[in-house]
Design a protein around this ligand. Structure first.
Ligand code: 3PY
Ligand code: MG
Length: 264
């Protein structure tokens, strides 16, 4: 089976730069996949992407070296299994709040006896190889999003779960859960402390700590803090930021800091 290059990179202690797709287009998936991201996530939660659009996006990513991941809309075994059958090499699952949530999520990604994944790898055979079945449980990555108060309260139990490779912080939902404004880079000390706490606990459990960020600069700061997997906003945010900067350059104006997006 084709190896999961980001699993290998993370195991070697290297950080992973993850692209994020919200636009339902195989062309933008292909463009993003060719830019040097280690992995690219097709976002079926907040991205404008359904199952039918996701398939050609995975096909486009196959023409690049980026490892294809998916964020599912919810912790739904049917959607998780279908995205794995479409060739996703890892799943980012929103709103993991309890160890039971995490156990159900991991189980959806693993074949029996480890889990309840149903057999029918379809396109995953074409991307992963004819021996997909024998390596899938080893190569497929499971990242649970910590972005609720309950997720924070149950963090150590969630991180103790065997088969969960790591956590991914959703800073906007986390900020909302803590009574703050939804922001990828919050300046609220309560949110800052929670983000640091999640990162430290993930490290203590030997699990991957990832986080969604608003820009390349913000993601670089997160890597310095110790996050191993970062996303510098989605492609729609990168596109709008570049478009605003081009217009500002032509008009000869300086963009105010407020022109920067929130990663969405
Ligand atoms: C959040 O910030 O809540 C996210 O889920 C990022 O995509
Ligand atoms: Mg979220």
């Amino acid at each position: 089976m084709r190896e999961n290059a980001i699993r290998k990179k993370l195991a070697a202690g290297e950080s992973v730069i993850n692209g994020w797709l919200a636009i339902p287009s195989s062309y933008s998936a292909e463009v993003m996949g060719h830019q040097g991201f280690d992995s690219v996530t097709v976002d079926l939660q907040h991205g404008m992407i359904g199952m039918d659009a996701a398939l050609p996006m995975f096909q486009a990513l196959s023409s690049t070296s980026a490892v294809p991941l998916a964020r599912v809309p919810w912790n739904d075994p049917a959607q998780i299994m279908k995205l794995l059958d479409s060739g996703a090499y890892g799943i980012i699952c929103p709103m993991i709040s309890t160890v039971d949530d995490a156990a159900s999520f991991v189980s959806s990604c693993r074949y029996p006896p480890k889990g309840q994944r149903s057999f029918g790898p379809a396109r995953a055979l074409l991307y992963g190889g004819a021996d997909y079945y024998s390596g899938a449980d080893r190569e497929i990555m499971t990242l649970g999003m910590i972005e609720t108060q309950a997720g924070l309260d149950n963090l150590d139990k969630i991180l103790s779960l065997e088969g969960l490779d790591g956590i991914y912080i959703g800073p906007n939902d986390l900020a909302l859960a803590l009574g703050s404004q939804p922001k990828s880079e919050s300046d609220d000390p309560v949110v800052i402390q929670a983000v640091a706490h999640i990162r430290e606990r993930a490290k203590a459990h030997g699990k991957i700590a990832g986080i969604f960020c608003s820009s390349g600069d913000a993601a670089a700061r997160r890597v310095k803090e110790g996050f191993q997997m970062v996303t510098p906003g989605n492609e729609a945010a990168l596109l709008s930021t570049a478009a605003k900067a081009a217009i500002a350059a032509i008009r000869g104006v300086t963009l105010p800091a407020s022109a920067a997006g929130n990663g969405y």
